[in-house]
Design a protein around this ligand. Structure first.
Ligand SMILES: *[C@@H]1O[C@H](CO)[C@@H](O)[C@H](O)[C@H]1NC(C)=O
Ligand SMILES: *[C@@H]1O[C@H](CO)[C@@H](O)[C@H](O)[C@H]1NC(C)=O
Ligand SMILES: *[C@@H]1O[C@H](CO)[C@@H](O)[C@H](O)[C@H]1NC(C)=O
Ligand SMILES: *[C@@H]1O[C@H](CO)[C@@H](O)[C@H](O)[C@H]1NC(C)=O
Ligand SMILES: *[C@@H]1O[C@H](CO)[C@@H](O)[C@H](O)[C@H]1NC(C)=O
Length: 861
């Protein structure tokens, strides 16, 4: 009985541990949207601390304090020097972007990475960073992720440790890895990356059905849609194919299981977006201010520029609905106010040249997919710019009308919701429509001089190549011409020494995972087999590797691997399956080549700083909480003590005037202390103050509590005494009767011994007598006190309960015991009806289980 129950318990404990929630993040240059997938939590966009659906993507410092989201954005005008917006533009890149949006622009380090300065770094951030090279873009993103994670943890009611994120489809390995690093710095595993356009399409597909298509035979058809996404920094178009495949769960099944496929066929993008509109408007305003005031220095005044930026964004929104807008900036500099008017035409004039850039991605994406607009069923619009009138007008022109534009699309949230669907489908723990996502690599990836994964390769593909067995192999991988990874296999020479099979070659398996990150899966020394259908061995070894016999296999599972400095080979490969093909696993190293890659040391130091900030913020929160609690408590007591006597009659009934005065004095004193020391008081001091008052309050509360609890507790205790007495009396009577029976029983048929011994009965009786005495004594003292409610009680409900429970337990322990059996009698061999005797003896032990008694088991023997 015990084992299965424990087993169930174990299962119940394990389940919650695996039912982890998944956070979906759509990190935009301006705003971020979050969503949480967790069984039992409604599927929606996650709200921030201010119950907003979108969170400004920014981190700032207000002197000592890190602020993010809305608060971080608000800090821009007062603390422009420590305000870090548009981190997305610099994440994983090595070029200072040609965008005048960074109050303190990033600089290039010697190693070629971008960093931001931070003047007067707060003391609590340790190890202390260098003021001039304080934060990498990865670290700045990690600061923001801390906030997103806290929102997710709160909504999930547990720490969230897995995330699916959207990324621009054209992001390079370095950018993707920088994002992954930032997530890992916050303890979040990146289980999936999905192109922004693909995520928008996936969300669109979840509620619609598509034609059947069989990828094996090419029968059926696909539906083509185009996602047009114009964000703050970039504008892109993604051509997607949607189709459905069906299969029968069993050969005779009538029901078909359908899977919806979302396939990214082509992407086009331009570095043009809302930010360009903001900057154009800013230029208009700055020009106007300079004309009106003659102050040319304004462009060097960061606070003034931050105010102008803020106004530009406001005016842009007005101009998207109106032809004209008033502008007004209070004390733009030196207490000079600025008031003027801007027209939509002026903005469009300033922007003329850029306008076509907004439309270029559509043609690029169609060309990449090998399709034209006639093939497109609908265009799905996303991003704030798609609401801007002149962009809508351009779209109208390019698309030949508005008929193609899909209706009922959430132009702000469908990316994050699509990512959440993707996360749910990866985890496999949710009941949902079955979906598969197919994305492709945008850039050629080279191994040495040869293209190993040409642009257009499906993500999640492995490829094995054979290399000449040089003594030591070092080979670089590059993506779109930029070095990304170096593979070294140092031990080929040693392995060759022991390798007896002919024609050795080094077999390297490279994978491009579903997140678009390249890595080496394994390397081994193998013998080339001659029964290969294509090409001779010599031919194969001529090049660095033979493309023809490279095996390509789609990789279905996204691998959540993190690279190790010394990657071990796949475990299963250590034991060769076929004896005929010798295979010696080789150790190899992968070294990331991007300058933005965080070294182990950098990662560790950044991690320490993030922890230091987290613990500082945790302490601040704890202090804040303790302060609020103390303050609330003090005001509550003050209200009660000075309030209406009738309203707080219990307080007045159960306390003396002296006691109330003492509490009041201490409350007043503490309030005064709090007003003086609120800012620097420690958590410890705050809690201590509260405890001091509680100590004065406690006796009064106890009196009141006891007054309420005592009568029922006394009744319960008396009931226990009464029940105990009844048990003792009956057990004694049974004992006497049993003794009598035993005396009269024949020798060969002994009776069972009595159920309880006299000593056992006596011990219960002693407890009852003791308990009765104790109660009488205490009640004698308590009764006179009942008149005076301010007197401390001499008998406590807790003691009554405790003693009553002890008596009850003692009785229960005895009554729940199995009654003793009659002693066994040895079978008498000479007995005439010996068979009967034996039967009886065999049955005897089963007597406890009456049902089994019926089964004549002995006959089966
Ligand atoms: C699968 O799709 C077919 C038609 O495309 C439909 O008839 C069928 O009901 C779908 N099956 C399920 C389980 O939804
Ligand atoms: C795209 O449209 C053109 C013109 O209508 C047609 O010839 C072509 O077959 C279509 N391509 C696909 C893949 O449907
Ligand atoms: C070669 O084989 C010998 C004997 O089995 C072994 O001791 C040695 O470690 C091997 N060397 C390598 C490089 O595997
Ligand atoms: C190279 O390794 C891959 C994956 O481990 C395997 O499928 C392939 O058969 C190997 N090639 C040779 C020639 O051993
Ligand atoms: C006394 O004996 C009767 C009859 O066997 C039994 O039902 C009862 O539980 C016994 N009481 C105690 C207290 O052992």
């Amino acid at each position: 009985m015990r084992l299965p129950r424990n087993l169930f318990l174990l299962i119940a404990w394990i389940l919650p541990a695996v039912s982890a929630a998944i956070l979906a993040i759509d990190y935009g240059a301006d705003f971020t949207k979050l969503s949480l997938v967790k069984p039992g939590v409604p599927f929606d966009v996650l709200l921030d601390r201010d119950s907003k659906r979108k969170i400004p993507s920014v981190v700032s410092w207000k002197r000592e304090d890190r602020v993010v989201g809305t608060e971080g954005k608000l800090a821009a005008t007062r603390f422009p020097h420590t305000h870090y917006p548009y981190v997305k533009a610099v994440l994983g890149t090595t070029e200072v972007p040609n965008l005048d949006v960074f109050p303190s622009p990033p600089v290039l380090t010697e190693s070629g990475a971008l960093v931001f300065r931070h003047d007067n770094i707060p003391k609590h951030i340790t190890p202390k960073p260098d003021d001039k090279e304080a934060w990498t873009p990865t670290a700045l993103l990690a600061h923001q992720l801390a906030y997103y994670k806290s929102l997710a943890d709160h909504a999930a009611g547990e720490p969230v440790t897995q995330a699916v994120v959207t990324v621009p489809a054209w992001w390079t390995q370095a950018q993707r890895k920088a994002y992954r690093d930032a997530l890992e710095l916050q303890g979040i595993q990146c289980i999936g990356m999905i192109g922004e356009g693909t995520a928008i399409g996936l969300n669109y597909a979840m509620t619609r059905t598509f034609p059947d298509y069989d990828p094996e035979t090419g029968e059926g058809e696909k539906a083509y849609h185009l996602v047009y996404d114009s964000g703050a920094l970039s504008t892109s178009a993604t051509v997607l194919a949607f189709y459905q495949t069906s299969w029968k769960p069993t050969p005779n099944s009538k029901m078909l299981i359908n899977t919806t496929h979302v396939e990214a066929l082509g992407v086009g993008w331009e570095d043009v977006g809302g930010i360009n509109l903001d900057l154009a408007l800013r230029d208009l305003l700055v020009d106007d201010i300079i004309t009106k005031t003659g102050n040319k220095d304004i462009i060097n005044d960061r606070k003034a520029m931050a105010k102008i930026d803020k106004e530009a964004i406001r005016v842009k929104q007005i101009l998207s609905a109106n032809q004209e807008s008033l502008t007004s900036i209070e004390s733009v500099f030196d207490d000079v106010d600025y008031r003027s008017k801007v027209s939509r035409m002026a903005l469009e004039g300033k922007f003329e040249g850029k306008m076509t850039d907004f439309m270029k991605p559509i043609k690029q994406a169609l060309d990449a997919a090998g399709l034209d607009l006639r093939n497109i069923s609908s265009v799905i619009l996303f991003g704030g710019n798609t609401r801007v009138p002149f962009i809508r007008a351009e779209l109208h022109e390019v698309l030949g009308g508005d008929e193609l534009i899909a209706q009922n699309v959430n132009a702000d949230e469908s990316a994050v919701l699509g990512a959440a669907f993707y996360g749910a489908s990866l985890s496999g723990r949710f009941k949902m429509k079955s979906v598969e996502v197919h994305e492709r690599s945008i850039y050629d990836i080279k191994m040495g001089d040869d293209i190993i994964f040409p642009a257009g390769t499906p993500l999640g593909t492995r490829k094995s190549v054979l290399l000449k067995p040089e003594d030591e192999i070092n080979i670089d991988f590059s993506q779109g011409g930029n070095p990304i990874l170096q593979l070294s296999i140092p031990g080929v020479k040693d392995a060759l020494a022991n390798f007896t099979a002919s024609e050795p070659a080094v077999n390297v398996t490279v994978r491009l995972d579903a997140r678009g990150i390249l890595g080496v899966a394994n390397a081994a020394l193998v013998s080339e087999v001659k029964d290969e259908p294509t090409g001779g061995v010599a031919g194969k070894l001529k090049g660095m590797f033979g493309k023809k016999d490279a095996t390509e296999e789609p990789e279905i599972e996204p691998e959540a691997d993190t690279e190790q400095p010394e990657a071990e080979t796949d475990a299963k490969e250590k034991a060769p399956k076929k004896v005929t093909k010798p295979r010696v696993a080789l150790k190899f190293r992968e070294k990331p080549l991007s300058p933005t890659h965080l070294s182990k040391d950098e990662r560790q130091i950044t991690n320490q700083r993030l922890r230091a900030i987290a613990s500082y913020e945790g302490a601040m929160r704890a202090r804040e909480e303790a302060r609020n609690m103390l303050e609330g408590y003090l005001y509550k007591l003050q209200n009660i003590l000075t309030g209406d006597e009738a309203e707080h009659k219990n307080l007045h009934a159960f306390s003396t005037k002296v006691e109330r005065t003492r509490i009041k004095n201490l409350v007043d004193e503490t309030l005064e202390w709090l007003h003086e020391h609120a800012e620097e008081a420690t958590v410890h001091a705050l809690i201590g103050k509260r405890e001091a008052i509680e100590a004065l309050e406690r006796p009064i509360v106890t009196r009141f509590d006891e007054y309420e609890k005592r009568p029922p507790a006394v009744v319960n205790f008396r009931t226990a005494l009464y029940a105990g007495r009844a048990f003792v009396d009956e057990a004694r009577a049974n004992l006497t009767a049993a003794a009598e029976e035993a005396k009269n029983a024949p020798a060969d048929q002994p009776v069972a011994p009595p159920r309880y011994t006299e000593a056992e009965i006596q011990s219960v009786e002693d407890m009852i007598i003791d308990g009765g005495k104790w109660l009488d004594e205490r009640m004698e003292k308590q009764m006179p006190l009942n008149e005076d409610k301010t007197a401390d009680p001499v008998i406590l409900a807790k003691d009554l309960d405790e003693r009553g429970q002890k008596i009850q337990a003692a009785v229960l322990r005895l009554t729940s015991r199995k009654p003793p059996r009659a002693p066994k009698v040895r079978p008498v061999k000479t007995s005439q009806n010996g068979e009967k005797e034996e039967t009886k003896e065999k049955k005897e032990p089963k007597e406890e289980e009456p049902q089994e008694k019926e089964a004549p088991k002995h006959q089966e023997l």
